[in-house]
Write a protein that binds this ligand. Sequence first.
Ligand SMILES: Cc1cc2nc3c(=O)[nH]c(=O)nc-3n(C[C@H](O)[C@H](O)[C@H](O)COP(=O)(O)O)c2cc1C
Length: 345
Amino acid sequence: MLRSLTAGESHGKGLVAILEGMPSGITVNPAAINQELKRRQSGFGRGARMKIECDKAEILCGLKGGKTIGSPIALLIKNKDASIEKLHKVLCPRPGHADLAGLLKYGFSDCRDVLERASARSTAATVGIGAICKILLKEFSINITSRVLSIGGEYAKAGMLSKIKEAVNNKDTVGGMLEVKAKGVPIGLGSYVQADRRLDSRIAANLMGIPGIKAIEIGLGLGYAVSFGSEVHDAIFMKSGKIIRRTNNAGGIEGGISNGEDLIIRACMKPISTLMNPLPSINLSSKRSAKAQVERSDTCVVEAAGVVAESTLAFVLADCLLEKFGSDSLSDIKGSFRAYLKRIS
Ligand SMILES: Cc1cc2nc3c(=O)[nH]c(=O)nc-3n(C[C@H](O)[C@H](O)[C@H](O)COP(=O)(O)O)c2cc1C
């Protein structure tokens, strides 16, 4: 139902995002998009680039009178630093980044040609798209939030902050775990009928597409592996004529379908690959050992990755919602949504 594409290099003129499949009749306030872009740029542990960029999205098309008209929506987020043609070559690939594999794959002699697109700068476009999807979801009282669960194995706030400080002082980087939650998701998004229609497979595939995300857990996740079924499956009860659950180990998804409980997803973000105290690498020109390239970079982006994960989840849920309730006009979709809720109540 929904399709999106992004384009743009880290130090090119800007990022472009196209979102196709949004129904007509949704009021899109550009301030809501810019607010999300600002959230992506914040968080403890961010580098100098975030002080240079103050992302603002320009809506190029797809709206009339501030409302969607069913046509594709295009966003432009200009880069303040657009020095791509003047930037130095990158000859010593950074372990953990796409530099080496990308250079060999595409036949380049300069890792710059890889990293300009492989950089997570593109996630600004992801967040622009997600912000519009969140506006649609709000019309159906679906709200998505995220939080940082741990940094470098520390779970308390003070411990997390000191891990980031330690990484900065040691010219190192640090990763962590984040949680994304969606409240108000109706029963019935996704399906068990094919693997690629499952809500869990769609969420996992899209979240794994965020640079640096290395593992996804839904609900109890890995905890299922060490439990008896009687301990972890969410028993079903009736209370005052309503079906209820007292636990949510399933994280809101059973059989690839949303079950009406909160969606709870955790993701692991690896430490940033650009180290100020670089790891051993090679110089691709001299073919000798060398230290990896040092680039302007963040130290820890788990909080920002949470914002990107919210946007990604918003895209998946918006897609599933339109698939279930129709996709042309907001008022038709609301009508079908209300009729469905009445039927299952
Ligand atoms: C919001 C965000 C910001 C990031 N900022 C940086 C950065 O400043 N420097 C860097 O080397 N990697 C950064 N990364 C991570 C890299 O993009 C990631 O480590 C790289 O793509 C390789 O990871 P992969 O193997 O999962 O693709 C960032 C990731 C996200 C989600």
